[in-house]
Design a protein around this ligand. Sequence first.
Ligand code: HEM
Length: 536
Amino acid sequence: MAVDLLPHLDLSPSLLALLTALLAPPALYALYTLLTYPRNLPPGPRASFFGWGDHRSLIPRAKPWLKLAEIGEREEYRSRGYYTIWTGPKPTIVVSSPKVAADLLDKRSNKYSSRPRFVVMGELATGNNALLFLPYNAKWRNQRKIYHSALMEKRADDYRPIQEWEAKRLCWDFLHHQEGLGWEKYLERYAASTVVAIAYGRRVDNVKVGFVQSVIKRMEDIGRANLPGKQVLDTYPILQDFPEFLTPYKKTWRASRNESHSFWMSLAETVKERMRNGTAAQSFTKDLYERFDSLGISEEEFGLLTGGIFGAGVETSSGSLIAFVLAMATHPEAQRKAQQELDQVVGSSRSPTWDDEENLPYCRALLKEVLRWRPVAVLGGTPHASTEDDIYDGYDIPKGSTILCNTWAIHRDPAYFPEPDLFRPERYLEDPRESGAMPYPQKAGHSAFGWGRRICPGMHVAERGLWIAIVHILHHFTLETPAGAPKPDIFAFTDGFNSKAEPFPVKVTLRGGEEKRKLLAREKEEAWEALQAYEV
Ligand code: HEM
């Protein structure tokens, strides 16, 4: 009798049959995969359970990029710049070298532009309709084309006026912050307002309003849910096929999907309402409503596309601006040089404008260095997956592998960025051949916006928004650590797939006297008037 084989467990035959039915398919699948998998994968740390699925215990749930970077630093992987780990039935290739990331995701983007299977966020929570989690398929291509048409470099210029007006409003906020904590909320408001204006043609005067808080919370939840190895369902998608009574969470995620859809559509509805009464400002949502019939998307895709801008753009932009303030508070020399350049080019009687950009190379380099020094999307945003078997550098990378680019490690590779923790905009002005640094394989000089065909479609809008805010702040204020306060810790960053600096106190000093104050007041009034078109 089968039960006698397990004398200590008093299992009834029917329970045993049920257990066998449940466990046999995954066990056979695991065995099949183990036996048929290529042996010649890029080397990686040993996993204890027959090399199977056990690296999750090696990688902490909090800030995994640090441990992943540390493994990449080990003697045996350092020169190669990548290694294999297992967090489920498919291998994950962790990349910490700029060259390898560019070789795979940029140069071979035809093979490396998909996503791993995201059972939770992709299938259950968004019904395979959200661009960020979609595999490389026709639906993804269609959505990507829609984003491209609205956010490409030329179209990004259309959003410059709103970014500039909001930068003036931001300066007004900074004028009223003397020293201490709490200044981040001004940057969060700026980021939310510019991004929401692009998405829905409405501005945000206070980040505490319900719909903004709701999106921020949603993004934090996604961030937490989306870290590698965090979701057992993503690790073992086969669990998804288990009957509903064994997987009650499916119901919860379905409810969450419906609730999200209603939320995104309620935001879009406000645009429709204003289109009806002729008061809608230009926005991505308005544009999509006008072209809806020719777009070939469902209503759910529509809600996720319009909400996606909001979701993807706010936390990333504000986190980058917070990193900028951290850099200024800890590297006064860089701040002084940027201010000198601004004083020479702009003078003190006006604020910088877009026309000044080409004459401000140091400020442009400073923005690049912010994005390099403390990238918000520390693990490259969302991992890529391969859609074909490949051989790289003599190693097999089988179809379906996850490619996890550890941007934190990539941006700290000393061969490309000597003394990587130093904030040094000069890196972007020096000839790499003279400075001894290797030329970065991506044209931008950093990978803060990702790689290849999945590269951030909002990067042009984002860069413009960061640039105009940064030059306004630097031109009008000096940022420093208040007297008596400890120097901020440049390594104190939050967890989540978008990571930002932990709060630290800052002293904000106006660069100039009464004339400067009057200039800021006047510009704020002008901006305020122009922004009325975006008030709801
Ligand atoms: C400083 C600000 C931003 C940073 C650092 C950033 C970074 C990133 C990164 C690293 C990715 C993943 C790329 C990859 O998979 O290789 C990404 C994807 C994405 N970003 Fe951004 N982003 C920013 C702002 C924005 C803005 C303003 C928008 C919209 C207007 C946006 C929309 C998106 C979308 C829709 C995706 C998904 C693309 C896809 O999966 O095909 N982002 N972003």
